[in-house]
Every structure is written in C-alpha cells, then in structure tokens.
Design a protein around this ligand. Structure first.
Ligand SMILES: Nc1nc2c(ncn2[C@@H]2O[C@H](COP(=O)(O)OP(=O)(O)O)[C@@H](O)[C@H]2O)c(=O)[nH]1
Ligand SMILES: [Mg+2]
Length: 254
C-alpha cells in the first residue's frame, strides 16, 4: 500500500501526521508513505523528509489540490501499489484509522472507500462549513441516486484498478468530481466512520467564492461526460483473489 499526503505549506502539521501512519498492516501489508508537495513556500519538504516520508513528490509550482491528488494516484500506480491511500497533511484526519478505512478494499468488498466524518465524529467544524458539506454531499446523493454521508472527506482509499481509471476533471479540487467519476464507472464505494478534528495550526485553503466558482462548473463538466462502466469481469476476479490472499495471509501486498 502507498499512502500519500497532498501538502501545501503544512510544515507545522506534516511532521505530526507522518509518524502516526502505520507501516505494517495485518495480512502482510507493507506501507510506503509519500508527500505530494504542491509548490510549498515554507519548510514542508524538509519537515516531511525529517519526519520519515519515504519520498516527496514535488510538483514545482502550486497547481492545486485536484492536480496533487491526480499526481499522487499516478505515483501509487507507478510504485506498484495494490492500494493507494490519501490523507490530508493538516492533522485533521486520524492516520491510526488507515487500516479500517482500507479494510473493505483489502478484503475485496469495495474499490473505493471514504473516511466519513458525519458517520463518525467531528470536533470543531464551524456551522457554515457543516452546511457547505451537507449541501455538496446532498448534491452528490441526487446526482448518483444513492446515499452518501460525507462527500468532502480528506481520507480515502483506492484499489489499483480505481486509481488507473479515475479522472479528476479540474486541478483546483478532487472531492466531488472523483466520487462522481468512480461511482459512475461502476466502482464500489463504501464509507467508513472516522474521528475528525479541525486543525489547530495553519490555515484552510478554502475560500467560499473561489470554491463555488471552481467546483460547481467542474461537477457540471464531470456529469456531462458519459461514464464508461469500467469494471470488468477480470477486475472483479482480481478483487476476489486479493481477498483470498488476505485471508490466507500468504502474499505480501504493498
Ligand atoms: N497539493 C496541494 N495541497 C493542498 C493545496 N491546498 C491545500 N492543500 C492540502 O490539502 C489538504 C486539505 O486542505 P485544507 O486547506 O485543510 O482544506 P479543508 O480541510 O477542506 O479546510 C491539506 O493537507 C492541505 O495541505 C494545494 O493547492 N495543493
Ligand atoms: Mg483540512
């Protein structure tokens, strides 16, 4: 498994998250950790390496969180990961729960999982942010005609097949368009409750006006693109093979 953390000016937080990422998970899973640095102007890169990141992928200039997650997934595939896992670098999400959030993919019952704050616990989220999360999540429920609890989570896991097929239609963000894309392709999505607490250091990049201006047209663009159902019989077979390996504990996954 490869865990990646998109980071933009998180020198104060990244060192607190990295050491808490489990490096081995039951069933023989070995975890590599990389930070995707999106042109940070502070000491994020040095802080990440000092705190034990296996590598830092530097995008050079600031390209946006959507571009960073796209690059992170591509890097997971390049490194041969069976599972890719993203978690924010801002210390709001619990790295200790990585095994729980990845479990449905390890056992072959899902291709895509999200850590859900609304199914778990939320500490410190302001009312306007809660409302924004509920509104954007409801929109996804309507567009996908299914129940989703938390459509804006910064903690998610992907099977290798899902990472290869995923499309993120804009550079600014990934949250909604990635779910719309994967679910419409037929990948199985599951939400796992997590414990969340709002950051105490650094700043959220989200500004209401810029967010609406970028995210709403991107959702529109994604929905206008026909989704090929991308999940083949062979991929389903791969998933059940992974499940068997996990049960037997015979093969080292990464
Ligand atoms: N790569 C990249 N990461 C970013 C950018 N902006 C924010 N991030 C990271 O994305 C994560 C979530 O951002 P954050 O500002 O906390 O958003 P919020 O949690 O929704 O308020 C954090 O790990 C940030 O460091 C960006 O432009 N590029
Ligand atoms: Mg955050």
């Amino acid at each position: 498994m490869v865990v990646f953390l998109p980071a933009y000016n998180e020198e104060m937080n990244v060192a607190e998250v990295l050491p808490r990422v489990p490096r081995r998970i039951g069933g023989g899973w070995v975890v590599e950790v990389i930070v995707v640095d999106d042109g940070s102007t502070d000491g994020t890169v040095q802080a990440a390496l000092a705190a034990g990141a296996d590598a830092v992928l530097e995008l050079g200039r600031n390209r946006g969180l959507g571009a960073a997650v796209r690059a992170g997934m591509a890097e997971c595939v390049r490194r041969g990961a069976d599972i890719g896992f993203m978690i924010d670098a801002d210390n709001e999400y619990p790295p200790e729960q990585i095994p729980e959030v990845a479990a449905p993919i390890m056992d072959g019952t899902a291709d895509y999982t999200m850590g859900s704050r609304f199914k778990g616990t939320i500490a410190g989220m302001k009312l306007h942010r809660r409302l924004g999360n509920v509104a954007f999540t409801l929109l996804q429920c309507v567009l996908l005609r299914r129940v989703i609890w938390d459509g804006q989570s910064g903690m998610r896991a992907f099977s290798r097949e899902a990472m290869k097929a995923a499309r993120i239609v804009h550079d600014y963000n990934y949250a909604q368009v990635l779910t719309l894309n994967l679910v419409r392709q037929g990948f199985r999505m599951v939400e796992v409750p997590i414990r969340y607490r709002v950051r105490t250091k650094g700043q959220s990049f989200i500004r209401f006006g810029a967010y609406m201006k970028a995210v709403v047209p991107a959702i529109w663009k994604e929905m206008r693109t026909p989704a090929r159902r991308n999940v083949s019989k062979r991929q389903q077979a791969d998933a059940s093979l992974r499940r068997q390996n996990g049960l037997l504990g015979s093969e080292e996954g990464r």
